[in-house]
Each structure stands twice: as C-alpha cells, then as structure tokens.
Design a protein around this ligand. Structure first.
Ligand code: DQA
Length: 318
C-alpha cells in the first residue's frame, strides 16, 4: 500500500466510517480526518445546527471546499459524510490522491446504529427505517460506482472488520503492467506516416506512462524486432508476477504461433493493440493468430489504443 495516498472511507451514515477510520489510521500510523467533525469545528456548530440554521446547500458547499483542500494532502485516513458521493466534483477531488474504500452495511445494521442518534438531520421527522432504506436505494449505486475497494461491515465484529479493511488495503498494491512493442514499431513516426501517424515511439511511450500512472499502474515498456526477445520478455512477465500485458506484436501478429504460445503460457491477462485498423488493410493483416489467446484486441485508434487497453485491464482488476 502506497503510504502517500489518502484512504477515503465512504458509506452510509452510521456504517462506522469514524470508528474504522480511527482504528486503521492508528494501525497504519496515518493522520485521521473526519470531514463532518472538521466542518463542525470550523463552523463552531453541530451538523444538525448547520442544516437547521443555514440549510443543506450551505453545508454541501463547505464539504466541497474541504474535499478540494484534502485532494492536495497525502497520508491521511479520511472519514467522509454519508452524502459526499452525491457530488461528482467531490469524488473527483478525493480520488485524485486517494484510494476510495466503501464500507457496505445492510439497512438493519444502520438502523441499530442511528435509531437513537439525534445528530442525523436527514432522518429527523421521518420513519427512520423507511428513510434509511430509501436513501440507501438512492445512494448505493453511487458508493459502488466510486469504490476502489469494498468491505462489508454488517454481521461481524469491529475487530474482524478492521482486519478485513487492512487486508483489502494491503492487497491494493500498485499493479504492474508491461507494454510490449514488436518489430518495426521503433520506426513509428518514420515509417508509413499516413497509417501509423507522425508521433515517434518515444512520444507514444511517454503518453502510455503518463496515462498509466493516472490509472494507478506502474508501467514497464519493451520493444524488440526479434521474435525470441519478445518471447523472453513475455516469460519474464510471468517470473516478475506482472499483473497485465499490453502487446502490439507488429507483423508477428499474423503468423507467430511462438508468440501466441508464449501469451497463452504466462496466464496473465493480455490485450493486443494495433495502431492501425488491421481489418481495413491487406488481406493478410485481417487474421491475428495471437488475438485468440488475448482477453481482447484494440485496433484502429492510434496511440489511444494503448490507453484503451490499459483502461480495460483496470476494469478487470476492480
Ligand atoms: C501494426 C499492424 C501490423 O499489421 C503491422 O505489421 C505493424 C503494425 C499496427 O500497430 O497497426 O507493424 O501492428
């Protein structure tokens, strides 16, 4: 787990974001911030009083400013207010340097935790169980959408759930991706510019590394004009326990059973990329002998194809 990243806890009111946040911050030696408490201290007023005297809009605005501030921080465990996910801007800010961890709870569990709590303005004056179920129906898809990790908190002890959270965070090491370019791709920017574009392979690689970082990947890049060297590199991916491979096998795509066998052997999700749309070109390029052992193929999108392939890997890892 990268200590510099914030850990952002999201989940329904009363699911235990503060309780678990404090525990994991202690265990990981990170600073704990509770966005609701932070706002209360700053405003010198309870959340219920802010809602009652200044309205929900005023509160959401304070929350928004705080998310912006937190996006520039690091190494914090942040317990958020239950409604924070209603703002895509807030979530964008928080995920800039944060791992979003969703604490999932069932409505009965929430009811037990908040039934006697007067500091929950959204529940006041309602049949609480009904209101919890309604709000949960509305918010669950959002929690799920933004979560990098989900831990179920209902039906287990605080101690066990804390361990589950730490275990989930530990498993979230940066994924390693290897991008392999086959023969003649080092000539990109020189060869057949109308087909392959004017950017050089260095330009493309810089783009891959920058976008890979944004996706949370550590990216290694390799290029060779030799079939055996590409096979050796694929096998190295196996020994290095690489999480995903993106490969443009160049012309080997159309006839290298040896590269196909290597891809099949390493058992690592592999995505094939071609700068050009091979299906619009010479007949011999229509067939890929390597694609059948890959998860999928991306072709015709130029350098964006590599980014699309990494995005597809990211979706598989979720
Ligand atoms: C290519 C397509 C292949 O047919 C060709 O041999 C290449 C490049 C592409 O990226 O479009 O070398 O893989």
């Amino acid at each position: 787990m990268n200590k510099e990243k914030n850990i952002v806890l999201i989940g329904f009111m009363g699911c235990g974001k503060t309780t678990f946040g404090k525990r994991i911050s202690k265990r990981l030696g990170m600073e704990f911030v509770d966005t609701d408490r932070y706002i209360e201290l700053k405003e010198k007023m309870s959340i219920s009083d802010i809602f009652a005297s200044k309205g929900e809009g005023y509160f959401r605005n304070l929350e928004k400013n705080l998310c912006k501030e937190l996006s520039n921080s690091s190494g914090k465990v942040i317990a958020t207010g239950g409604g924070i996910i209603k703002s895509p801007d807030n979530m964008r800010e928080l995920s800039k340097n944060g791992v979003i961890l969703y604490l999932r709870a069932v409505p009965e569990h929430i009811y037990r935790n908040v039934a006697n709590d007067k500091s929950r303005p959204l529940l006041e004056g309602h049949d609480k169980m009904r209101r919890i179920s309604e709000l949960m129906r509305e918010r669950t898809p959002l929690y799920e959408k933004y979560a990098d990790l989900t831990v179920s908190v209902s039906g287990d002890t605080v101690k066990n759930v804390t361990e589950k959270i730490l275990y989930a965070l530990e498993g979230r090491k940066m994924k390693k991706i290897c991008v392999i370019h086959g023969p003649n791709l080092n000539f990109t920017g020189i060869r057949e510019k109308a087909i392959y574009g004017t950017g050089t392979l260095d330009d493309i690689n810089k783009y891959i590394i920058d976008e890979g970082k944004k996706l949370g990947f550590e990216v290694e890049i390799f290029q060779s004009n030799f079939e055996g060297a590409i096979i050796d590199r694929l096998q190295k991916c196996y020994f290095d326990k690489v999480d995903g491979v993106v490969i443009n096998p160049g012309a080997y795509t159309h006839y290298s059973y040896a590269i196909r066998d290597a891809i099949a052997s390493i058992q690592i999700p592999t995505i094939e990329v071609h700068l050009s749309n091979i299906h619009q070109r010479d007949e011999f390029r229509h067939k890929s002998v390597t694609a059948p052992v890959c998860v999928g193929q991306m072709c015709g999108f130029g350098p964006d194809g590599y980014i699309l392939a990494m995005t597809a890997l990211k979706m598989r890892f979720k």
